[in-house]
Design a protein around this ligand. Structure first.
Ligand code: GLP
Length: 261
């Protein structure tokens, strides 16, 4: 696992976007795994800007989102489909039929199986973007999720429901269930890149990077991935025991390669 410590949340987004753009320049028909939550919004803004400047195209790109609420229709303003349209898809040259988000409306068992099949038919995910829940969840794989789980329905924890309540108005019913790629599905991606910023994520970052691999902290499963990149800001990195080592690796990488990544 490589840990990059960036100076600010903005720098986290910029570096994350750089990784995506490099991949798309090497492989214009790449398959991207996408995430929702507030963290990737700034990364998506960078991708939109770079698209507008003509530096990158999404014409051949296919995308698979991590998760969706169960019982929320795609056109609902709080659906992850609406989120992705607003934050990214509506502003880039991606073909609508190439964007995939699990459906929260059908039979979750059949939908989960079909989603796994679609990922497989697309040749697997080249780069999976991830955010991090305060309780260590990735996608909606809450603590005690099997580390080899596949796409399936999950019940959200009270903590996650509370954390996500900011997106719902008081009179709206907030979903308690979601359909999510499993941890095994995420680990199958050829590369994974997790972004986290802010002091509220510091404990979760420490457990992910330096804690034992445990279903109690789903993101710790990324320690088993051969090509995992974690980009965090100084606040999110503040509890890491080996922070000086990660910074040293970063400066050595800069010295040898001329760039952090
Ligand atoms: C949600 C999403 C996750 C995301 C997490 C953190 O629960 N399902 O994919 O990583 O929130 O979100 P934020 O970036 O807003 O802290």
């Amino acid at each position: 696992m490589r840990v990059i410590i960036a100076d600010s949340p903005e720098a986290v987004a910029r570096m994350g976007a750089e990784q995506c753009i490099r991949l798309l320049q090497d492989k214009p028909a790449a398959v991207l795994g996408l995430a929702t939550g507030s963290t990737p919004i700034a990364l998506y803004a960078h991708l939109i800007q770079r698209r507008q400047q003509g530096e990158v195209s999404f014409r051949q790109v296919r995308t698979f989102n991590l998760d969706e609420y169960i019982g929320i229709a795609p056109q609902h303003p709080q659906s992850y489909r609406s989120f992705m349209q607003k934050q990214l898809f509506d502003h880039i040259d991606i073909l609508p039929e190439n964007t995939h988000i699990p459906s929260g409306m059908g039979d979750p068992v059949a939908e989960s199986r079909a989603y796994e099949d679609k990922i497989r038919s697309a040749g697997g995910i080249d780069l999976q973007i991830l955010g991090l829940g305060r309780n260590g969840h990735i996608g909606f794989n809450e603590p005690t999720s099997s580390l080899s789980s596949r796409t399936r329905a999950k019940t959200l924890t009270q903590e996650t429901i509370r954390d996500n309540s900011r997106f719902f108005s008081a009179d709206e019913e907030q979903p308690h269930l979601a359909i999510t790629m499993g941890i095994g599905t995420i680990l199958d991606a050829r590369k994974v890149m997790l972004l986290a910023a802010g002091a509220a994520k510091a404990d979760a970052v420490k457990a992910m990077v330096e804690g034992p691999v445990s279903a109690m902290h789903p993101a710790s499963a990324l320690q088993m991935h051969p090509s995992a990149l974690v980009i965090v800001d100084t606040e999110a990195a503040s509890k890491l025991e080996l922070i000086d080592y990660y910074r040293w690796v970063q400066s050595e990488t800069l010295r040898v390669q001329g760039a952090y990544l």
